[in-house]
Design a protein around this ligand. Structure first.
Ligand SMILES: [Zn+2]
Length: 243
């Protein structure tokens, strides 16, 4: 057994675990803004619903007020026509004014029917808007709470990452430049994972069996070994992680 190889493998295994933990944290942190924004989008969609409900309600109320004005103007017209009735000269004129009054009353009836329907609609939409506003308030509280939790957790993980990065620098400094180079190359080839533990002859990253002869050599710790399949630096887990 070459003690220096063993020492290097112990350091490389720790470096790998540290880098893997950093990767996980970085991945988590890179998704934080999107999670916060996605919640904000949910809130904006809810706001939009409330606004649309309120607009619908305002629209019906406006139409109702306009109908009220029209009713008043029709009533004034009827009154005016009624007054004219007293001073008409001919029967034809009298009939014509009666017809005018009938038409106005007919028109008033149509508008009044429409207004009754509108009152029902106003009541219905008012209820909907009230429910929407209550839902919106609940959602706003819930979203704010969730966003605060996400931010708080992100801060914690950022601190964790900073601390791991400092640890990594120390571990990195323990490695000879030659080993740093080997690690860097293996990391590139291994798609971000440079070092793999081997358990019962199986590479724990690519899950392939290490050929028996290579496994025996690996256990001797006489030289650095690479996984013949994934080309990562390999070490016997039981020997190195227990060291
Ligand atoms: Zn492998």
């Amino acid at each position: 057994m070459n003690e220096s190889i063993k020492k290097n493998l112990v350091t490389l295994a720790i470096l790998q675990r540290t880098d893997a933990a950093r990767d996980t944290l970085e991945k988590y942190l890179s998704g934080v803004e999107e999670r916060i924004e996605s919640l904000s989008r949910q809130m904006a969609a809810m706001d939009q619903q409330v606004t649309e409900g309120q607009l619908q309600l305002d629209g019906v109320k406006k139409q109702y007020r306009s109908d009220e004005n029209e009713i008043r103007s029709i009533e004034a017209g009827v009154e005016k026509s009624d007054a004219k009735l007293g001073s008409v000269k001919t029967n034809k004129e009298y009939q014509s004014i009666l017809k005018e009054i009938d038409d106005l009353k007919l028109k008033k009836g149509v508008i009044e029917d429409r207004m009754i329907e509108m009152l029902e609609q106003i009541e219905k939409v008012e209820k909907q808007v009230k429910v929407l506003k209550a839902d919106r308030a609940d959602l706003a509280r819930e979203i704010e709470e969730q966003q605060n939790l996400i931010r708080k957790e992100a801060e914690e993980r950022s601190r964790e990452l900073a601390s791991l990065s400092r640890e990594r620098e120390e571990i990195w400094a323990e490695l000879e430049p030659k080993m740093q180079k080997i690690y860097g190359r293996a990391k590139q080839q291994g798609k971000g994972t440079a070092v793999a533990a081997v358990v019962d002859g199986v590479c724990q990253v690519c899950r392939m069996n290490i050929p028996p002869q290579a496994f025996i050599e690996l256990l001797r710790l006489d030289s650095m070994s690479m996984c013949p399949n994934c080309q990562r630096i390999i070490y016997p887990k039981a020997v190195i992680e227990g060291a």
